[in-house]
Design a protein around this ligand. Structure first.
Ligand code: HEC
Length: 265
């Protein structure tokens, strides 16, 4: 059977289309673009108590040596997160601390200034002031930089004094750079010819896979979100009852209205 000429042209066009698209894709991939860390989303869930418990454990294990939570008491955290007393005292409460103490780091401001050039800030309200997405971005964007005192730098907080305290878990990412071929635009946008970080690659993985590290960071940020506003936990659980009540109440109000108006014509 012989195909007509137009049919052949259409068939040929469809055969070539994917190739053309692939070429376009390749070109985009080859283009130099700065890694857009500011759009990473934390994706935390304040209602996920398993995540909050893991976050508390992460915080006490990896952050509490330097950072305080001066508005949070150990006992309140244990109660809010439903951590049984025995487990709490065994795995979360630092030696020498009492349940009713506030979470205060052993490192005081003077040491912090001397050791890091900057005192580690109290993190009680950090999730409120910076937002959860930022915290997630900050903990995920450390990279090796021999020019700094700590040997690392950070894409969210350039020149940060905080060392990459999670490097045993994540490994230390290397920044892969490229040179911009056109102006990036936007606020404080880099210009043509600037060297920008295109991606972060972990040459030697730490104890966690990339996905497990994301989870670790997400749980930790979730915990900081709870610490910033403990009432959020109750508010979300109360919210469901309030809505249920309103629904039921609306039903009764409707029935009552029917009753009152049934004789009115
Ligand atoms: C060895 C001490 C140390 C440990 C441990 C540590 N930090 Fe820090 N952190 C610092 C210092 C120092 C700064 C101040 C950095 C700056 O402003 O440049 C800081 C700053 C921060 C900030 C503020 C960033 C900003 O934008 O101002 C956050 C958030 C933070 N740390 C989170 C954490 C979390 C979460 C952990 C645990 C996983 C942790 N830190 C563990 C020393 C530490």
């Amino acid at each position: 059977m012989r195909k007509s000429f137009p049919a052949l042209v259409i068939a040929a066009a469809f055969a070539v289309l994917p190739l053309a698209q692939a070429a376009e894709h390749e070109e985009a991939a080859g283009q130099c673009r700065a890694l857009d860390v500011a759009h990473w989303k934390a994706g935390t869930e304040i209602g996920n108590s398993a995540s909050l418990q893991r976050g508390a454990r992460n915080f006490m294990g990896y952050c509490a040596g330097c950072h305080s939570l001066k508005y949070a008491r150990y006992s309140r955290i244990a109660k809010d997160l439903g951590i049984p007393d025995e487990q709490f005292e065994k795995s979360l409460l630092p030696a020498g601390a009492s349940k009713n103490d506030y979470v205060i780091a052993p490192l005081d401001a003077i040491d912090g200034n001397a050791w890091f050039g900057k005192a580690p800030p109290d993190l009680s309200l950090i999730a409120r002031s910076r937002g959860t997405d930022y915290l997630y971005q900050f903990l995920k964007s450390f990279y090796a930089d021999p020019a700094t005192a700590s040997g690392v730098n950070n894409l969210s907080l350039p020149g940060t004094a905080m060392p990459h305290v999670l490097s045993a878990l994540q490994g230390v990412p290397e920044a892969v750079r490229c040179t911009l071929t056109e102006n990036a635009g936007g606020e404080g946008g880099a210009v043509k010819g600037d060297s920008v970080v295109q991606k972060l690659e972990v040459p030697v993985a730490g104890q966690l896979s990339a996905a497990e590290y994301d989870e670790f960071v997400r749980d930790t940020v979730n915990f900081l979100d709870y610490v910033g506003e403990p009432a959020k936990l109750h508010r979300t659980s109360i919210g469901i009852w309030v809505i249920l009540f309103l629904l039921v109440f609306t039903g009764f109000a409707y029935l009552l209205k029917q009753e009152y108006w049934k004789d009115v014509k």
